[in-house]
Design a protein around this ligand. Structure first.
Ligand code: ADP
Ligand code: MG
Length: 619
């Protein structure tokens, strides 16, 4: 049945209403906002025609707040009240970050990072919200209407807490978040849709503060992130810092005040950027004590100074290829993202590693925002286009603790998102009516070596013998990478669930360390796992034998009883003194033999009880 559109006389039937949706690249250094206009994505500029908004917020006198270039300029004169790189702090705890290296006064509320400013304590969420609010106002002004929603990008390695905090910042800024999107994935959208490519691609994103690498599979409009890696503490800032340190050494400068440090650092950054196109650059300034600085750095000198930083990006690239199960030769193209990839030595290193010229025909600063805008346009319903789908992956395995301190992995690392998996578990003890679900993240076999994400208890399990209850535990990770876990007892339908929002984040160094440990400890882990399994088996048998003795020990002679008790003691000893799995198993086998006769007698008695009045011979 067709629907007829009826228009008021004099008014034409409006075509499909275009809903204003934006993509936001909330960067460590720079942020951008983009939208799709007449079918193509464009970045929205401010009134001075600038598209980049430095991710800097200054808390001024009388409650005034400056963002962007104004705040950036003030950083030199008002460093304590001017917050940059809030993204490095968002969703983190103080103990997770090198606070001593940062020029702020940190508050210590133990739960969330706070920065003391003249307008009081501000969290990185509030700081980010100021950036987002500025961008939102810019877009509403330029587009002439309210936004229906935004896609906001985050580094691929952001964990639950960091993603959640980013969403909170958006909510504070009055934005409706349609979706969080991994930055490299957004870049691939920008390139993939333009070029309609197929094959395996690598996204190499070197921004101001983070390095992300992703291996993507593109086919028939389907984007799949096969693996991600990176280093959230490596970016263009480190190149500035290296040059800054070199300046200090060469000019025998020490004990600079905050203001001079900030000044030299920003000059170092400008020199770095100019060396992308020029062969040399001169840094010239007067310090606050009147000292004159003039230093010329050549491109070659700068490249030598920063060679190790460039090399440091290649390791995560190798790891991501390995995780994706592909070789360099399988890579059809390498997408360059982030302002720092403009440096010729970075382009060169990537070209050398992959043996091909990287793709760089889109502006590396803008590509993430453009891709996010395209995604926002689809999600807002402006494009009737469900042929392309976005799939991200989980960086670490998710699982739960089972008896004996072992981890049962439910969602393996690098699983495509969104994903849901369920597995059945059972009770270990007779009459057990509650079960604690302990959700952990990591690759190791033992709970103690993984990160604990959350714990909750399923109560109201009907009392049954051990092993009879069937508890279905479901893990679900949504498209934003947020995990929820539920548990349900199948016979009664009793249910419990939790949304996992860890209170602090895992950075990618931690992830890398956890992965490394899982590999180097694989054989230890196997032994520990075998031991834990043997222990569970031993404890199960001991419990069963003890119950049997309580019920039916009258079937045994005194010496048979002693024999069994000695065997129980022997098993308990192997477990308690930490013997290896083999020895525990041996003792368990001995206990098994010692109870064979007893088990036979009990079986007879039970059969007799069941068939009261009948003799076994009669059946
Ligand atoms: P983020 O994603 O972290 O916000 P961007 O992608 O905006 O960062 O990249 C910012 C970094 O790019 C800064 O370190 C900046 O100095 C660097 N950058 C920008 N332009 C150039 C250039 N022409 N040459 C070298 N580095 C550049
Ligand atoms: Mg970026």
């Amino acid at each position: 049945m067709a629907l007829l559109q009826i228009a008021e006389p004099g008014l034409s039937a409006a075509p499909h209403q275009h809903r204003l949706a934006v993509g936001i690249d909330l960067g460590t250094t720079n942020s951008l906002i983009a939208t799709v206009k007449s079918g193509s994505a464009v970045c929205i500029a401010d009134q001075q025609e600038r598209v980049l908004l430095p991710s800097v917020v200054r808390y001024c006198e009388k409650g005034r707040i400056e963002t962007g270039y104004d705040a950036l300029r003030a950083q030199k004169i008002d460093p304590l009240n001017t917050i940059s790189s809030a993204k490095r702090l968002i969703g983190r705890k103080l103990e997770d970050i090198p606070a001593a290296q940062l020029p702020y006064r940190f508050g210590d509320n133990g739960r969330i990072i706070e920065l003391q400013t003249r307008q009081g304590a501000k969290t990185p969420i509030e700081v980010s919200a100021e950036i987002l609010r500025t961008l939102k106002e810019r877009a509403e002004h330029a587009l002439g209407g309210d936004l229906v929603g935004a896609v906001i990008t985050v580094p691929a390695y952001f964990d639950d807490a960091q993603r959640q905090a980013t969403k909170d910042a958006a909510r504070l800024a009055g934005l409706n978040v349609l979706r969080l999107l991994n930055e490299p994935t957004a870049a691939a959208i920008a390139y993939g849709l333009d070029n309609a490519s197929e094959g395996t691609f690598v996204v190499y994103d070197l921004g101001g503060g983070t390095f992300d690498v992703s291996v993507l599979q593109l086919s028939k409009g389907l984007f799949e992130v096969k693996a991600t890696g990176g280093n959230s503490a490596l970016g263009g800032d480190d190149f500035d810092h290296r040059l800054f340190c070199h300046l200090l050494e060469q000019n025998q400068l020490s004990q600079l005040n905050e203001q001079d440090s900030q000044l030299l650092l920003s000059l170092a950054r400008a020199a770095k950027e100019s060396l992308t196109t020029d062969n040399s650059s001169t840094i010239q300034t007067t310090l606050s004590d009147g000292r004159e600085i003039s230093y010329t750095v050549t491109r070659q000198e700068f490249q030598n100074l920063t060679q190790h930083l460039v090399a440091k990006t290649i390791e995560p690239v190798k790891q991501a290829l390995k995780d994706a199960g592909v070789g360099k030769a399988d890579i059809k193209g390498v997408i360059m993202v982030g302002g720092a990839t403009r440096m010729p030595q970075v382009q060169q290193a990537v070209a050398t590693f992959f043996g091909q010229t990287p793709l760089n025909n889109l502006n590396p600063d803008q590509v993430v925002a453009l891709g996010a805008a395209m995604q926002a346009n689809v999600l807002a319903g402006n494009k009737n286009d469900d042929e392309w789908l976005l799939l991200d992956v989980t960086p670490l395995s998710l699982g739960l603790e089972t008896y004996g301190g072992l981890v049962e992995k439910i969602i393996p690392r690098n699983s495509t998102l969104p994903t849901a998996r369920a597995q059945e578990f059972t009770t270990f003890k007779d009459g057990q009516t509650a079960m604690t679900i302990h959700v952990v993240q990591g690759e190791r076999e033992l709970v103690a070596d993984c990160r604990s994400l959350a714990k909750f208890t399923l109560r109201g399990i009907p009392p049954m013998v051990a092993g009879a209850a069937r508890i279905l535990v479901t893990f679900q990770v949504d498209a934003d990478g947020l995990l929820s876990v539920s548990a349900r007892e199948q016979s009664t339908g009793v249910q419990a669930q939790i949304e996992v929002k860890p209170s602090y984040g895992l950075d990618d160094d931690t992830i890398t360390r956890m992965l490394k440990e899982s590999m180097s400890n694989a054989s230890d882990d196997m032994a520990a796992r075998a031991r834990a399994e043997a222990t569970v088996e031993a404890e199960g048998l001991i419990a069963a034998v003890k119950t049997a003795l309580e019920l039916d020990s009258d079937l045994l002679t005194e010496s048979e009883l002693q024999n069994i008790q000695a065997a129980i003691f022997a098993v308990e000893q192997t477990v308690q003194t930490g013997m290896a799995a083999d020895e525990i198993r041996q003792a368990v086998a001995t206990l098994g033999t010692a109870t064979d006769d007893f088990a036979g007698k009990r079986m007879n008695r039970n059969i007799q009880r069941a068939l009261t009045g009948q003799k076994i011979e009669e059946i």
